[in-house]
Design a protein around this ligand. Sequence first.
Ligand code: 4FV
Length: 247
Amino acid sequence: MFESFWAHGIIRRALDQNKIATTAINIRDYATDRHQMTDDRPFGGGNGMVMKPEPLAGAIRAAKKNEGAAKTVLLTPQGRTFDQNMARELASGGELILVCGRYEGVDERICHEFIDYEISIGDYVLTGGELAAMVIIEAVTRLIPGALGGEDSAEKDSFSDGLLEHAHYTRPRKFEGRDVPEVLLSGHHRDIESWRTESSVMRTLLKRTDLLRSKKLSDQEIVILKKWYREIGSLLNNYHKMSEENK
Ligand code: 4FV
């Protein structure tokens, strides 16, 4: 899974530019029994299998041998939910050993003795931690300066300033009868910038109000929200006045 993942796109470019280095370690190579078992039945009964501690301990120790200071991360629904802030934290940190579980999960003693962080990519259950690890590698790599190359900067991404990104338009100017907002064709960069800020604020208000609640609003964002607050206020007043008149 990982070889194909990092053979393409920005991960491939970041590897070629030595912005990142990646290694995949096969936990089964550290299985200690002749059947190379990496999972076994849960103590206490129940369905599903649990990852055995010995192969995991062996694999993590091997990884740590190469990257002494690396932090070990277990991908698990039990973990702190991954987001752009955490991606920024990890992008400015050192090496990461991403431990990808399978089956029902890993023996708890591995969590106690070998895991520094538990990270979840969301409240749903995957078959393995691999996809979650890839999500983290992708989101973190995009934040490494130069990893995205000149044409694109992660700075303008959604969540980069705690807001959703503004609406995007490209050619043709008219698509199936639908136009592009005039301001974007005007060449007035300041007008375009304020249109985009308003687009971000309103999309965030409509789609992710929670983000606005947890964000320190800029003066410009407050002006935009107050404008719409007044707009909605006068709409409601007119509505009430009309309903009164119709009584
Ligand atoms: C998961 C998540 C996740 C749980 C059991 C792997 C699976 C299996 N990892 N965010 N959500 N992991 O569902 O990170 O071992």
